[in-house]
Ligand binder design. Structure first.
Ligand code: FES
Length: 122
């Protein structure tokens, strides 16, 4: 598993060709496709699947937390209350903040260590 937490543009709209897409599998759900310019949570939603809860979609509430078990991804900034840096290096991540760089396998992770509460998104 490889994790990169470098600066990732919020909206990469300068691409002239479609972004590469990868297979994402969340334990207990059917696989779906996620482009490199799309977060795992957005791709899951577009596929009409719901193995993960959807909250703030901005890396702050922790309801979409996952444990990535295999594959490469890049991550936008995440709440350290939900994903402590040392755990981020071991594959703990927020599905609303990660974008694949290869096929991914993951499972929903308990949010017991997250100190923030989910916010309702309008
Ligand atoms: S939906 Fe809130 S952190 Fe992902």
């Amino acid at each position: 598993m490889t994790v990169s937490t470098g600066e990732i543009p919020e909206n990469d709209t300068k691409r002239s060709t479609p972004a590469p897409a990868w297979r994402v599998e969340i334990a207990g759900s059917q696989p779906f496709t996620c482009r490199e310019d799309q977060t795992v949570l957005d791709a899951m939603r577009c596929a009409g699947l719901n193995p993960l809860a959807i909250g703030c979609r901005g890396g702050g509430c922790g309801v979409c937390r996952v444990r990535v078990q295999g594959g490469e991804y890049v991550a936008r900034p995440m709440s350290t209350a939900c994903v402590p840096p040392e755990e981020a290096l071991n594959g703990l991540a927020l599905a609303c903040r990660i974008m694949p760089r290869g096929n991914l396998t993951m499972r929903a992770a308990p949010i017991d260590r997250c100190k923030t509460k989910a916010r309702k998104v309008a």
